[in-house]
Ligand binder design. Structure first.
Ligand code: NAD
Ligand code: ZN
Length: 674
């Protein structure tokens, strides 16, 4: 239970925060924190109504207008909205409204709660004559010249028969792309970035120089009629929105009418799932009783209508402190800066790290150690630092610098030609690179070795028991059970999984090598094309670039990889250890049709290239060998066949033509499709 002095200081703190938020457009704390304090205030005021201070934020909307603008008195007060933070609170709202309206079922107009700034527009005889902020709800700021620069606000309404006077209310927002671009520019020009798009919109709208506003990417969405001189034959709020739209004002097309509480909840949930895909921020759904007569009946409370409520989404944004920036070394040596943060709860999880991607990101954000940072975690997306600000009342720390040597192996750090990526030059010497490559090698989309996870790899690399990929296949039972928390059962299980992984597909094998920019799809493409790892190793640039998925850059990475003798030796060792990359059969193919046959192809084929022929034969289960021996079942020879043909005749192996081969494949293909 609080005493009156505590109550007064709570009012003062909230007013200080409101002034920073509304007047300076530079919040000191996250909305979530403000909302919590506000909630405390409301609870105290409910218990001690005699304490309520006239300047309590519960008694007014927003904050005092800025001095630089002419004051505007609103004809009807511009109110705020009451919040609902849970489904129960929404249900309470619904119940309260239906009881006040004396109706069981209510029609609700459901609208996105755009996270921007409220704006009032006055049109006289169809011409825009005034734009004003909400201010404290009674008195706003005249920002007409700024408003005129917003592209989607019509200066003249699209009608031959405009009302003598119309006041439109809506929200001005700044879309994500514009916000990002704006902050990047601010950092470059050494001016203050904005914390989020809402504050950017508010700050942009209240520039004393309209030329500045005109450069900011702002948009306006109308959400209600404040006042209208004629034509008040509307019966619902939704009809009013349609009317505004017909006049050329932008009305959000996502607005829905819900006829039950359940439908309203469903709309909220669906929007919450999809909101990360929107081009702008929304912070909730606004539910409005649709029937205007019922709105009248339900009425208002001090600072908000009683017939509307804002059901808030969980916060996606929080403020915290940047403690340090550390550098992680990835599998190709790429060095990634990672922010260590004062732990903060955002988007349903506690966040204590955030990737910074690369050094450019640090300069783009203008990040300094010890900064106050805004963390965004939208949906399942990994947490990001959205903005960085100087800490309150303290000098800014140092700008994190790229280390000159690898934090793990001390090798020199090199930067790519275009300076976008920094890399440890240590290669396999670097245990961080080795660990990361092995994690990738054993991962689900590569060798898929169950139980071969990060912690195990960490231990084995530290013990020097895993110096490269081939060592995976020489791990012993004794070696494994000697490890931390490794029993006999898990050791046997792991060895079985390693054994099973030897029949990995060629595509996964190639992917597992971790060649730069060779992802799953490219690996599959390479496997299909070459059908054999040795052929890939030997491929030249021309052949590589002739493959669909492979451009000059990827071809370069592949060539560099295989030009390294260490890599070629490792591949030979893998094969020697019993790894047998399998060539995938095309889908629907009978992989057994040619099982047991060993085929040799020789000469040049005209209708298909030899490699394609080889892959197709393999997909039907045939073994395709490079030379003729006593084990050869048959030979297909094209024109120009030489020594192999002679050898076959000598050994009495049956020889067929290219046409025979085409016929065979055609028959097999047709059997599959039937
Ligand atoms: N971080 C801070 O220090 C700090 C300080 C003060 C206030 N705040 C934040 O400001 C908010 C309270 O401010 P508020 O009183 O402006 O309320 P609000 O922004 O939560 O809700 C009211 C506003 O919603 C807007 N809105 C958007 N879409 C709408 C729609 N479809 N229909 C109707 N209105 C719509 C209108 O502009 C309206 O004025 C809280 O979220 C609070 O966290 C934060
Ligand atoms: Zn290193």
């Amino acid at each position: 239970m609080s005493n009156k002095a505590q109550y007064i200081s709570l009012v003062e703190r909230l007013n200080q925060l409101s002034s920073a938020y509304y007047t300076q457009d530079m919040p000191l704390v996250a909305d979530q924190e403000y909302d919590q304090l506000y909630q405390e205030l409301v609870e105290i005021e409910q218990q001690q109504p005699q304490w309520i201070a006239p300047d309590s934020p519960s008694q007014r909307v927003g904050d005092k207008p800025l001095d630089g603008f002419q004051p505007v008195s609103h004809l009807k007060p511009m109110l705020s909205l009451n919040n609902a933070f849970s489904d129960e609170e929404l249900a309470d709202f619904y119940r309260r409204c239906s009881s006040l309206a004396a109706k069981d079922e209510l029609e609700l107009c459901c609208e996105y709660k755009l996270d921007g700034v409220a704006l009032s527009l006055v049109y006289e005889h169809g011409l825009l004559v005034q734009g004003a902020t909400r201010g404290d709800g009674t008195t706003g700021e005249n920002i007409t010249s700024n408003v005129r620069t917003i592209r989607n606000i019509p200066l003249k309404l699209l009608t031959n028969n405009p009302p003598a006077r119309l006041e439109v209310r809506g929200e001005v927002i700044m879309p994500h792309t514009g916000f990002k671009a704006f902050n990047e520019r601010a950092v470059r020009n050494n001016t203050k970035p904005f914390v989020n798009p809402r504050n950017a919109a508010a700050g942009s709208l209240r520039q004393l120089d309209p030329a500045i506003t005109s450069e900011r990417p702002l948009a306006f969405y109308a959400y209600s009629i404040g006042d209208i001189s004629v034509g008040t034959d509307f019966t619902t709020h939704y009809e009013q929105l349609e009317f505004l739209s017909s006049l050329g004002l932008t009305v959000n097309s996502t607005t829905r009418i819900c006829t039950s509480l359940q439908a309203a909840v469903d709309y909220y949930e669906q929007t919450d799932r999809e909101r990360t895909l929107l081009a702008y921020d929304i912070d909730g759904i606004v539910y409005k009783v649709n029937d205007l007569a019922l709105q009248q009946k339900i009425g208002f409370v001090a600072r908000a209508p009683r017939w509307a409520v804002a059901r808030k989404f969980p916060a996606q944004e929080a403020f915290t402190t940047l403690i340090d920036v550390e550098f992680q070394v990835g599998r190709t040596g790429a060095i990634t800066p990672v922010a260590r943060l004062e732990p903060v709860f955002v988007g349903g999880v506690t966040v204590s790290n955030a990737t910074l991607h690369n050094m450019d990101e640090i300069s783009r954000l203008g990040l300094h150690l010890g900064d106050r940072v805004v963390i965004r975690r939208a949906g399942d997306v990994i947490p990001q630092i959205a903005a960085a600000l100087a800490p309150e009342g303290k000098k800014r720390g140092a700008i994190p610098a790229l280390p000159t040597t690898c934090p793990v192996c001390d090798s020199l750090v090199e930067r790519d030609d275009n300076f976008a990526v920094a890399r440890c030059s240590g290669g396999v010497v670097c245990s961080a690179q080795r660990k990361a490559s092995l994690i990738h090698f054993a991962s689900r989309k590569a060798f898929d070795i169950d139980g071969f996870g990060d912690k195990l790899i960490d231990q084995l690399v530290n013990l020097n028991a895993l110096k490269g990929f081939p060592d995976v296949f020489s791990l012993s039972f004794d070696q494994l059970i000697a490890l931390d928390r490794f029993g006999e059962k898990s050791a046997s299980k792991l060895l079985l999984a390693i054994e099973a992984s030897k029949s990995v597909s060629l595509a996964r094998f190639i992917y597992a090598l971790g060649i730069r920019e060779v992802g799953e799809a490219t690996a599959l493409e390479l496997a299909r094309y070459f059908g054999d790892i040795h052929r890939l190793v030997a491929a030249n640039r021309e052949t590589l670039e002739s493959i669909d998925d492979v451009g000059p850059i990827v071809a370069g990475h592949i060539l560099t990889y295989f030009s390294d003798e260490k890599h070629r030796i490792a591949i030979d060792q893998l094969l020697a250890a019993g790894v047998e990359p399998q060539v995938e059969s095309a889908s629907g193919v009978d992989a057994e049709a040619l099982k047991g046959l060993t085929i040799v192809l020789t000469g040049s084929f005209t209708a298909m290239n030899r490699n394609e022929a080889k892959q197709r034969l393999q997909s039907y289960g045939a073994k395709v060998a490079g030379s003729v021996s006593a084990k050869t079942s048959r030979v297909y020879a094209g024109p120009g066949a030489g020594s192999k043909l002679a050898k076959a005749e000598q050994l009495g192996v049956e020889v067929f033509s290219e046409d025979d081969l085409i016929e065979l494949l055609a028959t097999l293909d047709s059997e599959v499709t039937e």
